[in-house]
Design a protein around this ligand. Structure first.
Ligand code: GRG
Length: 288
């Protein structure tokens, strides 16, 4: 199946599940509204789609249980975005073209919405999978040696001006911050479908390449958009004197690195993919 058809089939199911469950399982109506505001703000649902697409290529059936796990991953992703936008972190006023949660509802409310989405996401994964293995994968991916650890590296190196953000440091920080949850989405599907060690390893290599490429892609698209809008380089990280792969390597080398990651990611799954997972790399076309 092509990714466009796959998304057409499952995106509505993911979005309805999120909307209905947030509406009917949270006792406080206003709190439910605050959480839903960010969850339903129009994200691409990349991580849930990766989870489901991995199940699909492994011929595992997809029903409401699997949608619930996928949506649990999206709740966790949304929590990370809400907290990332807070004044104490990136201090952003807009996300996905809408006011950020703290701008719309207040800072305490946004912190609490994130605090509630994180365990709710884990709860959905636990309830639907009944799998200790999956809970281990997801909690490791977002904890101190995963997403939160990567965010800490970012904050610490920004606040401490003498910090040297060299290429190795940035690779690690970006991978933990962004790559780990992407990798976990694929790994969870591989474990859930009881795939062989070899298949799990191939999928891991694919997901690592995809996750690393995602950050580079995001940086390139970001700088392309801001350059067009402002007629000059206004990338936020660059303006803040913060390095990322793009500011370290420059555009050409970053694009070469992105192409290399795409090639390696595709090779890793050549024996198990039926095009569906490889199609995810099309996302990167506009950065090349
Ligand atoms: C607060 C513990 C904590 C972690 C925050 C999410 C995160 C960690 C940092 C985000 C930094 C950032 C903007 C990275 C760029 C790539 C990225 C993760 C973009 C947002 O994800 P998308 O593109 O967003 O999947 P949508 O809106 O489609 O869901």
């Amino acid at each position: 199946m092509k990714l466009t058809d796959f998304s057409e089939l499952y995106l509505p199911q993911i979005n309805s599940f999120l909307k209905e469950q947030l509406e009917c399982t949270i006792n406080d109506h206003k709190f439910s509204e605050i959480m839903s505001y960010s969850v339903l703000a129009g994200g691409k649902r990349l991580r849930p789609l990766l989870f489901l697409a991995t199940l699909e290529i492994l011929s595992h059936p997809i029903s409401e249980k699997e949608i619930k796990i996928a949506c649990g991953i999206e709740l966790i992703h949304t929590y990370s975005l809400i907290h990332d936008d807070l004044p104490a972190m990136d201090n952003d006023d807009y996300r996905r073209g809408k006011l950020t949660s703290h701008k719309k509802w207040g800072e305490a409310e946004a912190i609490l919405a994130g605090d509630a989405l994180l365990p709710l996401g884990i709860q959905w994964i636990a309830e639907a999978s009944n799998s200790y293995e999956l809970i281990k994968v997801i909690t490791r991916a977002i904890g101190p040696n995963g997403m939160a650890g990567g965010q800490y590296m970012d904050i610490d190196s920004t606040n401490n001006l003498s910090y040297k953000r060299n290429e190795t440091f940035i690779d690690k920080m970006e991978f933990l911050k962004t790559g780990c949850l992407i990798v976990a989405s694929v790994q969870m599907a591989a474990k859930y479908a009881n795939s062989s060690d070899k298949v799990q390893m191939n999928l891991l290599h694919f997901a690592e390449a995809f996750g690393r490429a995602y950050q580079i892609y995001d940086d390139i698209v970001d700088i392309m958009q801001t350059s067009v809008q402002a007629g000059k380089k206004t990338h936020k990280d660059a303006d803040n004197g913060k390095n990322n792969t793009l500011t370290m390597l420059g555009l050409e080398k970053s694009q070469a690195e992105l192409s290399d990651l795409i090639a390696r990611g595709k090779v890793a799954i050549k024996d198990i993919d039926n095009q569906l997972l490889s199609d995810f790399f099309d996302l990167y076309r506009k950065a090349l």
